[in-house]
Design a protein around this ligand. Structure first.
Ligand code: S3P
Length: 191
């Protein structure tokens, strides 16, 4: 395990409207693309947790899973997200499993404003087949895996502060929807 960072203990965070915006949801929901666009709209920096993990670990997520296993990946993911959320306000795209980790979820609830990009199975599968690198889907029946993950994860993702449907329309439309919801919460620059 080569990710060596401090995990922050969750504490009372900033008012929600001033926090970092954290995108959660399944693989293929569009967290990175929407997150990047949302960050430009709000003039905030953007971070992608998966990319940061790859930099910290010095290898791809796929290789990391193969070499060290999922538990080590979750430990690294937790540390990287804690480090990012401790930094200046930004938009953060998390990997699909991050919000499922109880400590990461508690931290996001304390330090972030979470946005679940909800998508149906058809859209998720259409997107993930285009990038067949995701370790959890490298098996004989990725669709069945995705359905299982939906059943396990959607009740937890539903704990996010906001839920926005990602229905396969233009990403810009989703960004606008998010901005409208953020404006209602008093987030500056969202109106
Ligand atoms: C995972 C999702 C991936 C990546 C890893 C595990 C998951 O990120 O973090 O492969 O558990 O759902 P994306 O959601 O960005 O594909």
């Amino acid at each position: 395990m080569q990710v060596d960072e401090q995990t922050e203990t969750p504490q009372e965070g900033l008012p929600r409207a001033q926090r970092s915006l954290v995108l959660v949801g399944l693989m293929g929901a569009g967290k990175s693309t929407v997150g990047r666009r949302l960050s430009s709209a709000l003039r905030l920096p953007f971070h992608d947790a998966d990319q940061e993990i790859e930099v910290a670990a010095g290898c791809s997520i796929s290789d990391f899973f193969e070499q060290y296993g999922e538990k080590a990946f979750r430990d690294g993911e937790r540390k990287v997200i804690a480090r990012l959320l401790k930094g200046p306000r930004h938009v953060l795209a998390t990997g699909g499993g991050a919000f499922m980790d109880p400590a990461t979820r508690a931290l996001i609830k304390c330090e972030g404003l979470s946005i679940w990009l909800r998508a149906d199975i058809g859209l998720l599968m259409e997107r993930v087949v285009k990038r067949p690198t995701r370790p959890l889907l490298k098996n004989d029946d990725p669709r069945a895996t995705m359905e299982r993950l939906m059943a396990e994860r959607y009740p937890i993702y539903a704990e996010a502060d906001l839920t926005v449907d990602s229905n396969g329309g233009p990403h810009e439309t989703i960004v606008q929807q998010i901005l409208q919801e953020l404006a209602k919460l008093g987030v500056k620059g969202a109106a």
